[in-house]
Design a protein around this ligand. Structure first.
Ligand code: PAF
Length: 281
């Protein structure tokens, strides 16, 4: 696997790849890699010649400096995992390769920026879109792969790609779960043994909503789901929403695509999870 920290060097390498008519599949990450990330690499390998994974803990998407500081950084283990997964290129730039000093700009990504995750983490999606825009410009991938766990992130990046007419295809890959249902996340390493048990309420409640979706009304399901999460010790619910999968506004029974999304603090760790409920063409 080739490792680049300087964007110019990465670009030189990728120019040669493109010149030989090969396609580039891109998996942007913040590191602390787990099976979820590796599934994105696997998916990328199915239809692309050269796979680029970036590891960059992006400061501009953290609205809480403490969260940025304690975000897990495991570059040696990550590099090994990527080697084993036969990833072709790792791009692991320092912050000053991506951002100029005091760089400030704003992308119009519409109202979704301030819904759900955006409401709880002001500025988060500005940071995400800024860095993804920059990474797309550097890597110029044919296809980029993101996980469904960050569903809202996927929607917002899709909007950005559409609005700016960026020449990249986006693919959303399914959530990878531990055997007991917990959605894989780099943040899971922060969970204590007790937190780890309590965290299961999230996937359990999402499943319960999925299993009861056809026999109950949405407001009732939402109310019971909220209560269920709130009743779990050590868990502080942020939101449980049954939403339109395109707009993230609350869904009704006629909405074509419906998704249930949850965010909660488990101990000191904020977790998110979701499940698709209805997909009508
Ligand atoms: O999903 C993530 O890991 C990050 O938000 C991303 C897309 C790599 C941007 O920093």
């Amino acid at each position: 696997m080739k490792i680049f920290t300087i964007k110019k060097n990465l670009q030189q390498h990728l120019q040669q790849i493109k010149a030989s008519d090969k396609t580039i599949g891109f998996v942007p990450t913040m590191g602390a890699l787990h099976q979820g990330h590796l599934s994105l690499i696997e998916q990328a390998q199915q239809n692309n010649d050269e796979i680029v994974c970036s590891i960059f803990v992006n400061p501009s998407q953290f609205n809480d400096p403490k969260d940025l500081e304690k975000y897990p950084r495991t570059i040696e283990a990550d590099t090994k995992l990527l080697e084993q997964a036969k990833c072709d290129v790792l791009f692991n730039p320092p912050v000053n390769e991506i951002y100029d000093d005091n760089e400030q700009w704003h992308l119009n990504i519409g109202e979704m920026e301030s819904l759900l995750e955006g409401k709880s983490r002001p500025g988060h999606y500005q940071g995400v879109t800024q860095v993804v825009y920059k990474l797309f410009n550097i890597v110029q991938p044919d296809t980029a792969f993101f996980g469904q766990k960050d569903y809202q992130q996927f929607l917002i990046i899709s909007k950005m790609v559409e609005a700016l007419k960026l020449p990249v295809k986006l693919v959303m890959c399914p959530i990878m779960r531990e055997t007991d249902g917990l959605a894989m996340s780099s943040r899971n390493v922060h969970l204590s043994a007790d937190d780890r048990q309590h965290a299961l309420v999230l996937s359990r409640t999402l499943n319960w909503v999925k299993n009861n979706f056809d026999s109950a009304h949405i407001p009732q399901l939402k109310k019971e789901a909220e209560l269920n999460v709130r009743n779990e010790p050590g868990v502080e619910l942020d939101y449980f929403e049954i939403a339109d999968g395109n707009t993230l506004h609350p869904a009704d029974q006629n909405t074509k695509n419906i998704i249930a999304l949850v965010a909660a603090k488990v101990g000191k760790t904020r977790l998110i999870d979701n499940v698709l409920l209805v997909h009508r063409p």
